[in-house]
Design a protein around this ligand. Structure first.
Ligand code: NDP
Ligand code: 8X3
Length: 261
């Protein structure tokens, strides 16, 4: 299938939540996609649905972004024209656990640091040289309000997102002279994702954190990412801090009931 124009977008962590919603909006607009994640069945499901509906080209790469060798192997498996990535959306990430620092689970800490910081760095290191050599490209990092303001029990997750914020600013300084845009989006609570379920280790009861207020949806975030990516070439959005109306900060949420449309 011939795509309307040849812009290639790589979205890490496209098997659910914000990544899957972002894949949908780019697919709808005719971009060709490289979608990544660990769950092969989910990757195929997302791919098949989007190809059927929008007739675009999609390549899936199934690998664990914490594993440098697996990440390199996946990237190297791309055919030459698919390595020509125009937009990299660094979305794969997670929170694990919700404990005060003296009770934290060290395996959870390693998982968050390895995924949210090191994984983001691995894929960026592989994709960014291609952007530098053609002096164009756009890297969009998914940060969080947790990367701007800490909250009780958020400790290591927040630290990884503060690191993402620092990396966005650093990447911008390193890459602007090559005409490469670097942006980030920092959402507050977002539903239609598996974020809470993953944080609470599959405990569906604990994961019901959106019952008493209306957070953002994954579509709200995806639309904002698409907005960032589609500004004219001379415009670089550095960060968009985005929250549901009932959330005025990480420690200020109006939990008096959902106010859906
Ligand atoms: P989801 O759990 O729905 O999505 C997370 C995605 O990351 C999945 O596709 C998952 O794929 C992928 N992923 C996780 N670990 C790995 C890994 N080791 N290797 C490869 N892929 C991995 O949650 P969200 O959509 O909410 O999360 C997306 C991003 O948004 C994260 O960076 C998160 O920190 C951030 N965020 C989320 C907010 C929220 O409230 N939901 C708010 C602010 C930011 P798979 O399991 O198949 O590997
Ligand atoms: C996800 C939002 O508030 O759970 O980044 O940290 S929060």
């Amino acid at each position: 299938m011939k795509v309307p124009f040849s812009k290639t977008v790589m979205i890490t962590g496209a098997t659910s939540g914000i990544g899957a919603a972002t894949a949908k909006i780019f697919a709808k607009n005719g971009y060709q996609l490289i979608l990544t994640g660990r769950r092969k069945d989910r990757l195929e499901e997302v791919k098949n649905k989007l190809v059927r509906k929008y007739g675009i080209d999609i390549v899936t790469l199934c690998f664990d972004i914490r594993d440098l060798n697996a990440t390199k192997k996946a990237y190297k498996s791309l055919k030459a024209d698919w390595k020509n990535i125009d937009i990299l959306i660094n979305n794969a990430g997670l929170a694990k656990g919700f404990s005060p620092i003296h009770e934290g689970n060290i395996d959870d800490w390693e998982t968050m640091i390895d995924t949210n910081i090191k994984g983001l760095l691995y894929i960026t290191r592989l994709v960014s040289p291609g952007m530098v050599s053609k002096t164009k490209g756009h890297i969009i990092n998914i940060c969080s309000t947790a990367g701007h303001e800490v909250y009780p029990n958020g400790n290591v997750y927040s630290a990884t997102k503060f690191a993402v914020d620092a990396l966005t600013s650093s990447m911008r300084l390193d890459l602007y002279k090559f005409g490469i845009r670097v942006s980030q989006i920092s959402p507050g609570h977002v539903e239609e994702t598996e974020f809470a379920l993953v944080r609470f280790d599959g405990d569906e009861k604990r994961a019901r954190i959106y019952d008493d207020f209306t957070p953002l949806t994954s579509k709200d975030v995806a639309e904002t990412i698409f907005f960032i990516a589609t500004r004219p070439k001379h415009v670089n959005i550095q960060d968009i801090l985005l929250m549901g109306t009932q959330q005025a900060g990480n420690n200020h949420i109006d939990r008096s009931g959902r106010k859906d449309n």
